[in-house]
Every structure is written in C-alpha cells, then in structure tokens.
Design a protein around this ligand. Sequence first.
Ligand code: AMP
Length: 586
Amino acid sequence: MLFRSVADIFERIEGTTKRLEMTEYLVELIKNTPMNVVDKVAYLTTGTVYPPFMGVELGVADKLAMKAIATATATNEEAIQEDYVRSGDLGKTAENTLSKRRTMVLSQRPLTVENVYQTLEKICHAAGSGAQETKIRLLVGLLANATPREARYIIRVSLGKLRLGVADMTFLDALAVAYTGGKEAREVIERAYNFSSDIGYVAKTIAQGGLEAVTRAQISFGRPVKPQLAERLSSLEEILEKLGGKCSAEYKYDGLRIQAQVSPEKVILFSRRQEDVTTQFPDIVEAVSESVTAKEAVVDGECVPIDPDTGDLLPFQVVSQRRGRKYDIEKMIGEVPVVLCLFDVLYVNGEDLTMKPYPERRQKLAEVIKETERVRLAQSIISENPKEIEAFFDKAVQDGMEGLICKSLGSNSVYEAGKRGWAWIKWKRSYRSEMADTVDLVVVGGFAGHGKRAGTYGALLMAAYNPGDEGFDTVCKLGSGFTDEDLAKLPDILKPYLIQHQHPRVNALMKPDYWFIPAKVMELIGDEITLSPLHTCGFGNIRTGSGLAIRFPRLVKFREERAPEDATTVTEILDMYKRQLKQIST
Ligand code: AMP
C-alpha cells in the first residue's frame, strides 16, 4: 500500500471539523487498506507505532527532526529553524522545505506503508551510543523518498504530534462501518478493544476473521484490560434502589489501581491507564506470584501503602512518590511497603470470567488467592440493611478509606471493561457533609500569571469530559489551592501539551492566553455549582445561554494516574447541580 494514499486521507481528515466526515474518510482509508497492514495503519492514524501500553517511544526531538530535514533536503539548519519559527509546526516546515527542493529530485521511490512503518519501528528501537545518528539516518532515508505532504505526516508522527484528532472510538466506528456495513457492530468491537487496549490488534482481528473473530476475542496476556469504573451517588438510599435493594459493599481503597496478569513465566502489572508498571513494584510482583495459587490469572485491585509500624493504610500521596521512579526502588520498598487489596478476577487457567456475574467472580477470587501480609481481599459485606451498610461505611472511614464502593449482585453484573456503569457505585465521605464533592477536571488552557506569579500561570482553564462528542467542556478557571512549589513546576508540567490553537476536542467560550492538548487531570473542590454564560459544560441544558461553572475552585491534588477521559463528566456535573438544587429546596 502506498503511503501517499494514507497521507492524502490524513490531509482530508485534518481539513474537517465534522466527526461524521472524519469517520467517512477513515472508512475509505480502511477499505483501501490491505489486511496485512491494517494494524499498522490503525497505529499510524492514531499517531503511534505501537499500542501505548508497550511504552515504546520514538524518541525523536525537534532538534533531531530539524537535522534530518536539513540533511534530506541539503538545506542549512538555520533556514529550517527560521521556517519553524514561522510555521510553529515542524511537519509543515518539512513540507515547505521539501516543496522547494522538489524539482531537483530524480531518483525517488514511492514510499509504502510498510517502508514507513518498519523505519519508524527501527527508530523506536535504535539504542546505545550511536542512537541519535541512526535515527537521523533512518528519517533522512524516509524524507528522501517522501512527497512534501508525506513528509509533513512522517515528521509529525516521529515527533509524537500527529494530532489528527482521531479518537480511538472514532476509529472503532470506522472499523464497524468498513467491515460490517454499519455502526451496529460497534459495541462488540469496542468490547474487544476494551479487553485488549490495542487498536491495531482489533483492526487486524476483524480484517482477518470478521466480526465473529472479534466477538470471540478473549483476554490475552500482555495486553491490559481496561478497568471497570464506578458511578457515584450521594445517598445510600439511592444506591440501594439502583442496585435492587442489596449489594456487596466494599472498602474504597485510596491507592493505585493495579491489574496483575500472572502466568507461569511472569507477572505483569498494569496501571489504571494501562501502563506497564511491573518494574516499579517488584515487591508486588513477588507477593502476587506467592499469593495466586492458579497457574494463570488476571486479577484487579488497588495498591495501597501501609505503615509497617502500625499496619495502618496510608494516603495515596505516599505511594505516588514511588510512581515514575525507575531507580532507587529497592531502597524505597523498605521505606514504603505496599499492600495489594484485590476485588476482582477476570481470568483463571484459560477461562475468561468476565461474562460471569460478580458474586461468582468474587468467589473465584477467594479460591485462587491465598491471603498474605502483602496481598489481601478487599473488605466487604453483602447486605440489604441500610443501617448495617452505614455502620460499615463508618468503619471504612475510620480505617482511612474514602468511603465504599457498592456493587451489583445481579445476574447481569458482568465485568464491564473500560465502562463507568451503575453496577459499581461509589459512596464517598464528602457527600455526607454540606461541602461539595471533589471533581477531576482536565487542563485545556492557561492564563498568564502576573506579580508574584510572573513566569508561571495565574490560572488554568479546566474542563469536564463530554463522552457525547468526546470533547472537553470548560467549567471553571482554577487559580487557588496551589502551593508555591506547585506553581513553580506548572510551566514544566504543562509544556509538552502547549499548542498554538484551541484543541479540536475543546469546547470553550473563554479565550485563555495559552491552549493545551487535553491531557493533565487535576482534582479540585469548589463551594458550589452555579449557572454561567462563560462556560460550555452542560450549555443550554438548565438554562438557555448558560452552562455550569464551579464557584471558588481550589486544587486538591494532581491526578497523574488519570487519563483525560477519566475526568468527571458533564453529566455528572449536571447531576451534582440538580442534587444541589434539591438540597437547597428541602
Ligand atoms: P474514583 O477514583 O473516585 O473514580 O473511584 C473509583 C476507583 O476506586 C477505582 O477505579 C479503583 O481504583 C478504586 N477502588 C478502591 N477500592 C475499590 C473496590 N473495592 N472496588 C472497586 N474499585 C475500588
């Protein structure tokens, strides 16, 4: 397959703001893609070379790309730099530079998708002392044979900045239409995606075996299953009503979500965002292999730090210090031991349990886990008695928990990978007081700081997630609650996401001084939710011309482990607003 046809469609996708049109172009692209490269096209279209959980990066920085463009076009680097200052996009600069060179090229060979993909793979794997030179040489090789338009996309993918705005879900829609003729199959395809976190794998499975193969797709070792998520309600009465009068009430541990995949060969640990965190928790790896009695298992739980002196579970922040640490872990383990509290099992010895109801899974979990000091089963009670559950809640709070997660015991309580559904409902402590709940919001813009805050941000424009259009709708300007240290590091934290224009997935009426790719999530609390004509969250839903805003927002903490799509949704904020109204009127 010629890469030219991929680049042509990328250009059309870039030119549209309509999701329907985008899907149509993707369908055309998929239909024109031979079966053996459909996975590669899927990765490239979503701006990657491998599924994100593999953690393999291209490692191409601006400087390296500029060198490659300069070499491939026999242009001096200053000219490239000047063009970059004007265009703000090295992809465009590559295109501009190649267009000027155009007439001088005699011996070009058209690029194929295989060429491009294999070269990018080699770039990913170039290591050691000569890695930079190898990467440049490989990129030059591609650019030498590229058309200007192809060069634009090759450079953008290399830099990890393709930004076509194609969300994985849009690509799944396109797969459904391309291979089954309509979007009805989307649910089955999405399930396979949620169970593999691998868009290329799903594309290849449907291309080779049709919808039937996708339907049969099971959990596979090495590919993380997206975690099931919980809805929220503020009163136990509502929770019990939703769950049919009876539930399994469990401690809500405040730690890091961990999925452990255990096989005779090895144990792999995945985070809530499907990152492989195995090397960060060697103590958990060891504890899990000791405690899982089955040959193979995939278990789901929360990793919580524990005070070795008192046995008390500690706050999340302590464990978060360990995240991202590649060295020094051995030393840290002694200082901050962690416990894995397990609450679900998805797979045991070749049997996929995800379609079994929760009580059956929980029983199986108890069968395959030998509780140890480091691995425990989540504390739970099965009850239909509100008084009993309330007492259990109080006990959980006393034990340092955030509250409870109440789970459905119904026959349809299957494991819903990647879904936030009503089978799991959280009941957090803050709901009991007059104070508002905390929300998790995404940074989409920034306002320049002045005075004491010169050189950093004065405030951030925060947005809720809108699953309806996969967009981010603004809900407040966040300027309080930051420590001086937080403020000092903000520019560095946000720098990788800085863009020149409003991101296509951001819906905003306000115009901040800076725009960001929606990526960073922060937890914040406010005094109340009010109507506001300045924000797009729930716009027109309560009152024409107004959205919802959070009044007096204050930062609670950075939410490093959250993906932007895990943020509080517009619907949740609308619900909070409505509940608040109820409270006021009673
Ligand atoms: P939240 O992070 O507030 O959306 O709450 C949901 C999270 O609580 C889940 O994603 C888990 O990481 C965590 N959690 C803690 N204890 C449990 C439990 N017993 N069952 C399910 N999730 C739990």
